[in-house]
Each structure stands twice: as C-alpha cells, then as structure tokens.
Design a protein around this ligand. Structure first.
Ligand code: FAD
Length: 407
C-alpha cells in the first residue's frame, strides 16, 4: 500500500483483519499532513457534494478576496484546467441529486465502523457523538443552510434549528455571537492525532509492516500486472497494490498512463491549548471555519486553497481563521503562540466531490483509494473496509459504482 494517511491505515486495518499480509510505504515519518491537521468530523451531514450549483458563483466571488475561505491560484497547469472543466460540468442539480444518497450511505457506514472500532477497544481513541452545529449570523446563511437541511431531512437525518439562547444552555462557558444554528444530530467528532498514533501502534504490534521515509518513485508493470514498486531505497515486490497517497495519487498514476482528475486543496489548523469553554463542534457558516473541541485542546480549521502541492503557510488566511473564531466566540483570546504553531495539510480533491474507490480495467491488481476531499477523515474506515472487500473478493457492503475511479 502506498500512503499511511487515514485511508491507508484504515485499509491496512481491514486487510489485516481479513488475513492479508500488509506493507504500508510512506515517504514521510507519519505524523503530519491532512490526516493529522483535520477537524476530526464524521460527516453524515455533508450530503451535498462539493461540486454543486452555486459553488461557481461563490468561488468566483471569494477568489478576489485574499482572506477568503476559497482560493484557486491562477496558473498554467493542464491538470488544473482539466479538473476545472470537469468540476464546472459537475456543478449541476442532477449531479447533486444523484450523489446525495451515495455520500450519505458511505458516511453512515464509516461512522458505524468508527463506533465498532471504539467498542472493540483494540486501540484507544477519542470519539464523541454530539452532532454538529451549523452556526449562522445572517439571514442569507440561514436560508442557504435551510435548503441543505431540507434535503438532509428528506434523506432521514435529524436536524433541529436552535436559537442562540438554546445553544448557550448547551454550552454555557462559550457564548456565541450568532443568530442561531442548525444542529445535525447525525455527526460525531474525534481527535485525529490520537486515532492515527494509536492505530499505527496497534497495526505495528499486529505485524503490519511499515516502510517509512521511502518515496515511491516508480511502479513496475508487466502487461496488465503491477509487479513491484521502486522507492528511493529499495524495490518491493507485491501481489496487490493499493494507492492511498492522498493529494499525490495523481502523480503516481500518471506513471501508469492514467490521468486522474485530482487537485490538492490546502487547509490550515490552529490549536488552542488553553480552556475555551467550547464543548460543541461547530461550522461557522459565513467564514467556513470548523471548530472542534478535541481531547485537551480546541481546534479551528479552514480554507480551501487550490495552489498545487506545497505547504506554504499564507498568514492572511491563518489570521482570517483566528479572526472568525474571535468574531463568533467574543470571549476567546488567541495567544501569539497559536499562530506560530499553525499547520496545514492537503485535501485530495476529486472533480465531483466523491472519492475514488475501486479498480482500473487496465490493471488486474491495482486499487485506488483517494480523492476524499473534505470527507477523508470521516470516510477512512468505510474506504478501508470497501477496499479490503474488493481485494478479498467479497460482496462489497456498498455499491462501488458511484466511486469508480474511471468516471
Ligand atoms: C484543515 C483540514 C480540515 C479537514 N477536516 C476534515 C473533517 O473534519 N472531516 C473529514 O472527513 N475530513 C477532513 N479533512 C480532509 C481529510 O483530512 C483528508 O481527506 C484525509 O486526511 C485524506 O487522507 P488520505 O489518507 O487520503 O491522504 P493523506 O493523509 O494526505 O495521506 C497520504 C499519504 O501518502 C503519502 N505519499 C504520497 N505520495 C507518496 C509516494 N510517492 N511514496 C510514498 N508515500 C507517499 C504521504 O506522505 C501521506 O502520508 C480536512 C482536511 C484539512 C486540511
């Protein structure tokens, strides 16, 4: 398996459970990147794919504001251009209608699997099922979210509208300056670093092999069979190859003559280590900032910056996240050290807002598990289980058709 992010580790977990001998290869040491800096949400609420009507107009408006939550760096890049064209084509009502059930089903499956893992107790992690607040200040944001709520309710999710006073009763030590919020009871939240660290230790103890600080440079094939991979340090033979390399997956596939439409979407996180009084996870709708009460600290995360594969920190966007936090929680003070310890990660963004999970017809022993965008944390376990079922030639728990890599 190439990639030891949440998708790679969860896939290793389920493959190992099925009795496969698994090796995870990663170019890093594990401990940084999207799977560590994310907001930790499990998101049955996110039924609307990222590619949806309205996104184009919004994205265009935001692009001219240097502290906005969404940014595409203009550049001459054929892959970005192809991704953009396919993204625009996917921003339709028909696409939203077609995708919602599949997105919900895989999110619900994944949440069940997280809860199963927690109940099993093979490794320790933090997971709370307190739902998610979508908090708004303006009538415009309330109206926009009400449309999503109506779709979510049609699909069977429980969503309640709460007043500012009701929220204050639930979270008395962190008064919010908002008009109200929609409360999606379906959602849950966790602390990514704890899950990743303890799952890694558990897999190592169970005999899964980890080859770290080895970048895969070449994938060697014979006809339709992948035979081995060449890293910076060694050649490794294999029976099955899973590419779970997040935002880097397109680069790896290109060497096989496969063009995957995928872009890196950078996001930032700030950790506040002092008590904040915040006990409810919330998305601050107007600023698109995610707030999560994690184990021992509060995390603020946001922005979607399509500027290629790089980890450059844009201070303006980081400041915008902190300002939004103070604007919605006026009691908060954010010390200087929070800004100096800011970190970022790259979301792997497919063109239509759905992940890529499945095989390619050209190769009999290649599986792709990537492109989870804003839902990769949520969908780690479900992806791992579906990949394991595919490799073990079992009936998949969910249809893989909506996630077919060659769509
Ligand atoms: C700020 C922020 C907030 C987020 N919040 C949420 C959230 O609340 N809920 C949610 O569901 N999702 C969230 N996400 C998205 C989620 O974090 C990602 O979708 C997810 O982590 C992707 O996981 P992955 O395993 O596919 O990729 P990654 O975690 O990026 O892992 C890929 C791994 O592949 C390795 N790799 C790449 N190329 C090679 C190579 N050639 N050789 C060897 N190794 C290689 C990399 O080193 C890396 O370790 C958020 C993301 C960000 C940035």
């Amino acid at each position: 398996m190439i990639g030891g992010g949440v998708v790679g580790l969860c896939t290793a977990y389920y493959l190992h459970q099925e009795g496969h001998q698994v090796t995870v290869i990663d170019k890093g040491k594990l401990g940084t990147g999207a799977s560590y800096v994310n907001a930790g949400y499990l998101t049955p609420s996110h039924v609307i794919p990222m590619a949806a009507p309205g996104m184009l107009a919004k994205g265009f408006r935001w692009m001219f504001n240097s502290s906005s939550p969404f940014y595409i760096k203009p550049r001459l890049d054929g892959d970005l251009f192809r991704w953009g064209l396919k993204f625009i084509k996917s921003c339709t009502h028909a696409h939203v209608q077609q995708s919602m059930q599949a997105i919900l089903d895989i999110n619900i499956l994944s949440k069940q699997l997280y809860l199963e893992m927690q109940k099993k107790g093979a490794f320790d992690f933090h997971l709370e099922t307190k739902g998610l607040l979508m908090a708004y200040k303006t009538t415009e944001a309330e109206k926009e979210e009400a449309e999503v709520v109506s779709k979510a309710q049609d699909l069977g999710l429980t969503v309640n509208q709460l007043s500012r006073e009701e929220i204050l009763k639930m979270q008395p030590e962190a008064p919010m300056d908002i008009a109200g919020a929609f409360w999606y009871e379906s959602d849950a939240h966790s602390t990514p670093e704890l899950f990743m660290k303890n799952l890694l230790a558990y897999l190592e103890k169970e005999g899964v092999e980890f080859i770290l600080e080895n970048e895969v440079k070449q994938i060697k094939t014979k006809g339709s069979i992948i035979q081995s991979i060449q890293t910076t340090q060694q050649e490794i033979a294999l029976d099955e190859l899973v590419i779970a390399a997040g935002a880097w997956s397109a680069t790896l596939l290109r060497s096989l003559g496969i063009r995957l439409t995928l872009q890196a979407g950078k996001g930032y996180r700030l950790n506040l280590n002092q008590p904040s009084g915040i006990n409810l996870p919330a998305i601050l709708i107007e600023s698109k900032v995610a707030v999560t009460p994690m184990k021992g600290f509060t995390r603020f995360g946001g922005t979607m910056e399509l500027s290629g594969i790089n980890h450059t920190i844009n201070k303006k966007r980081v400041n915008a996240i902190a300002e939004a936090a103070k604007n919605y929680y006026p009691h908060l003070s954010i010390p200087e050290e929070v800004y100096t310890h800011v970190n970022c990660g790259l979301r792997p963004i497919s063109h239509d807002g759905l992940p890529y999970i499945g095989r390619y017809p050209q190769f009999s022993n290649l599986v792709l598990a990537a492109g989870h965008a804003m839902m990769g944390w949520s969908l780690g376990p479900a992806t791992g289980k579906l990949v394991s079922e595919l490799i073990s030639q079992q009936q998949p728990t969910l249809s893989l058709t909506p996630f077919a890599p060659e769509r």
